[in-house]
Design a protein around this ligand. Structure first.
Ligand code: 6GU
Length: 245
């Protein structure tokens, strides 16, 4: 996958992709991430990327010309068909795991980081395929949101996770995780649940699935609506509900 991030502050995005798992994915050739400085696509002496809003008012608006030129240039340079252009903005559709899975199917993503008070409307209308927000709060710009989206998408690319981990996840990613423990078996009077020390993998699997369901019911019952549950899991959920009422 090719990912281009278009921003006027490339420095903000330099850190996140140079460490850990995302760096390893790039080193292994699963993804090629480029930071594109929007000012490269300005031709005036002041390298102006923004301007005051028509009609007056507070703040500056990202101008259309540099954004159109940047995206067109990146599309022309791309070796693959089907580039998908995303604008990061608080006005976008809320990002979630389902959207991450959809984006992981694309071959080339261009992420435009919104800034200041906004982006010229013609960019939304004629350049962008999808607008994404990462949640209901306001950031100073789209850069941190773009880093979140890239991280969530790259870890879904084929070959990123160990095979076993990804099989487990596709099944349960929409539920919260079960509790994890590592050594020591007893710490400050708190003991690891005995089933995890039993070596009985089918019982451990069953315990974990139940813990996942219980946690999801207690903390994020909204997630259970979309979950694909087996009949016996539905029965178990009903038991939890009864116990807690
Ligand atoms: Cl994508 N941009 C900004 N500026 N704020 C946000 C956001 C994006 N998502 C949530 N808040």
């Amino acid at each position: 996958m090719k990912i281009d991030l278009v921003t006027i502050f490339p420095g903000i995005l330099e850190g996140p992709f140079k460490e850990s798992m995302i760096k390893r994915a790039a080193d292994r050739g699963l993804v090629d991430i480029d930071l594109v400085d929007l000012r490269k696509y300005t031709y005036d002496r002041h390298r102006q990327v923004d301007d005051a809003p028509y009609g007056g008012g507070y703040g500056m608006i990202l101008k259309p010309e540099p954004l159109f030129e940047a995206v067109e240039d990146l599309k022309n340079k791309s070796v693959c068909e089907g580039t998908w252009v995303i604008l990061l903005t608080p006005q976008g559709q809320r990002f979630n795991q389902h959207r991450a899975l959809k984006l992981a199917e694309k071959k080339h993503l261009i992420l435009i980081c919104g800034r200041y008070e906004g982006v010229d409307e013609r960019v939304r209308v004629a350049l962008v395929d999808e607008e994404i927000s990462i949640g209901d709060y306001v950031l100073t710009g789209g850069e941190l949101a773009a880093a979140v989206v890239v991280d969530a998408v790259v870890r879904l690319l084929p070959g990123f996770l160990e095979d076993e981990a990804s099989a487990d996840e596709s099944f349960s990613e929409l539920l919260l995780e079960y509790p994890h423990y590592t050594r020591p078996a007893a710490y400050r009077g708190m003991e690891v649940p005995p089933v995890l020390l039993s070596g009985n993998h089918s019982e451990i699997g069953c315990w974990r699935r139940k813990q996942s369901l219980k946690r999801t019911y207690e903390r994020r019952p909204d997630l259970l609506q979309q979950a694909d549950l087996l009949p016996k899991e539905k029965v178990f959920l009903e038991e939890i509900k009864k116990q807690q009422s």
